[in-house]
Design a protein around this ligand. Structure first.
Ligand code: BGC
Length: 373
């Protein structure tokens, strides 16, 4: 009996040591997403949480309602909670300097997720897509679809731009990629911009707001197109803005053609608009792959490594390692950049192949297979 008791005691001790050991091993990741009101961040948050938890990490996930003060507070709380790694998609890339200095003081490494965080040396890495290429794909789509030819100036077209949030470092890359690609045709007079709005600042959309994009486009249509001037292209940087622009075209455009409307993300409402002919394309970025890349990077950082190009071998998605493009004001931040691609009505099945979308019961529209969207 005595022997049995001592064996039991020994067993209990071993078990509790194991569980203590395990508890000491478990690391927690703090994830700060900008807002639930823009569709993609719901998907990002969900995939990141799922993938980190499946890999054995604890996760604290916060959304900050597109409110800069709240995001600073939320990240401050994650730091106070003692997370081991921060993954942050900034609402305003310029506004986290002090909070991230605190993270650095606490020895917490930070990954800038999708959007570069400016003016802080607390960032170890940046994970995103090739943001300039997103814009290039939109511009090239316009060139190919309209069959533009610099040698042939006989046919001209009208185009208007809608860009993103000036507080988001990505927005300038998207606009720049599209504008640079189309500029030769603008210079040649093949593409005209009746509103004359050629600068990013003139066409930016704070908070990437659908409503603001709608109002801006309504104003442009009222001022420059009410006399029957034909709008051929609405170059929109992303899907949330394309949604508003498409609505303005439906309600306020006098012409009888459907302009080309570009987008980015593959938001569900926009995929519907693509089926319905109200949007022409979207540049798709597989955010499950973006989460997977962040997981591999996070694992390496938490194991005390300082990964570089060799991490690419562990990734299941195609990506590049970039040490030139993304300078955040304190130096270039090493970046893992995934590859975006174009989706049109004819290639929607490519999204189904990712496993992240499926056709609805009527086989008419795509729906997300993710739980929260
Ligand atoms: C992302 C885009 C998104 C936009 C608005 C950008 O930072 O890269 O994918 O459309 O934010 O949510």
């Amino acid at each position: 009996m005595k022997k049995a008791l001592s064996i039991l005691l020994a067993l209990v001790m071993v078990l509790s040591l194991c569980s203590m050991g395990f508890a000491a091993e478990e690391k927690t990741v703090g994830i700060a997403m900008p807002t639930r009101s823009l569709e993609r961040w719901n998907r990002d948050g969900e995939y990141l949480q799922e993938q980190f938890e499946a890999a054995g990490y604890g996760v604290e996930l916060v959304y900050s309602d597109n409110d800069i003060t709240q995001q600073n507070n939320d990240i401050g709380n994650l730091i106070a909670d003692g997370v081991d790694l921060l993954i942050i998609s900034a609402i305003d890339g310029e506004s986290l300097t002090q909070t991230l200095a605190d993270a650095k003081d606490a020895g917490i490494p930070v990954i800038a997720y999708d959007r570069l965080i400016m003016n802080t040396d607390a960032i170890s890495y940046y994970v995103s897509f090739d943001n300039y290429t997103v814009g290039v794909l939109q511009g090239q789509f316009v060139i190919d679809t309209l069959g533009l030819d610099l040698e042939d100036t006989s046919k001209t077209y009208n185009i208007e731009f809608t860009a993103g949030d000036p507080a988001d470092n990505n927005a300038g890359f998207f606009f720049g990629g599209a504008f640079d690609t189309l500029k030769p045709y603008i210079d040649a007079g093949i593409l005209n911009i009746p509103s004359g709005k050629t600068e990013f600042e003139q066409v930016a959309t704070p908070a990437w707001s659908t409503d603001t994009a709608l109002t801006n486009m309504q104003n442009t249509l009222a001022s420059y197109y009410s006399d029957g001037t034909v709008l051929d292209v609405a170059l929109c940087s992303n899907d949330s803005t394309a949604l508003g622009v498409a609505q303005a075209i439906t309600s306020d455009y006098a012409g009888d053609n459907q302009p080309l409307v570009t987008g980015q993300d593959g938001d569900i409402a926009n995929l519907q608009n693509i089926v319905d002919g109200l949007q022409t394309m979207t540049v798709y970025k597989n955010v499950s792959d973006e989460a997977g890349t962040t997981l591999e990077l996070g694992k390496a950082i938490l194991a005390g490594e300082t990964p570089a190009a060799e991490l690419l071998e562990n990734l299941s998605a195609e990506a590049s390692y970039d040490t030139e493009t993304y300078d955040n004001g304190t130096g270039v931040i090493p970046s893992y950049l995934l590859v975006p691609y174009v989706i049109t009505k004819d290639s929607l099945d490519r999204l189904v192949e990712t496993g992240l979308y499926e056709w609805d019961a009527n086989n008419q529209y795509l729906v997300s297979t993710a739980a929260t969207t």
